[in-house]
Ligand binder design. Sequence first.
Ligand code: PNS
Length: 164
Amino acid sequence: MKNTVAIYPGSFDPITLGHLDIISRGAKMFNKVIVVVMSNVHKNSGCFTIDERVEMIKKSVSHIENVEVDHFDGLLANYAANKNADVIVKGLRAVTDFEYEFQMALTNKKLNPDVETIFLTTSAENMYLSSSMVKQIASMGGDITDFVPHAIHNDIVKRLKKGD
Ligand code: PNS
């Protein structure tokens, strides 16, 4: 797809290899991908601060030229309009993700008819991966090497071991 600006929204608490896979593939499909950290009303305030999440994403995507990182406290449909975005990219892991993602896509389409939601199926090795699993494993001293971007592995381990 040519001349398209895509937004990849999420909580990213923290970014995982599953997220990075979607970002990398999105960056090949679209001219620009804006990764935006947003709040999810169904999740608590989170473990990492918004600034920490943004920093970790920046470190993880520094090798991809056409990716920007941002945060926004508001509606995704409004953010997409502010950025003149054409596409919202989401990753789909399993059937269990589908109903909720479908509801969000339809709602966002109603709020902002100019933006299309596009789903990328996750890579098979990331099917089971989630930020909450990563947090649980790291906080109990488990190995998260295969789950998070190399550039931020130590940041997560240090931060969660300290328990702050
Ligand atoms: O990584 P997540 O937690 O699955 O991401 C969900 C997120 C943050 C993309 C979603 O909750 C969202 O879009 N939040 C912004 C507020 C908003 O627009 N809500 C209405 C969506 S229908």
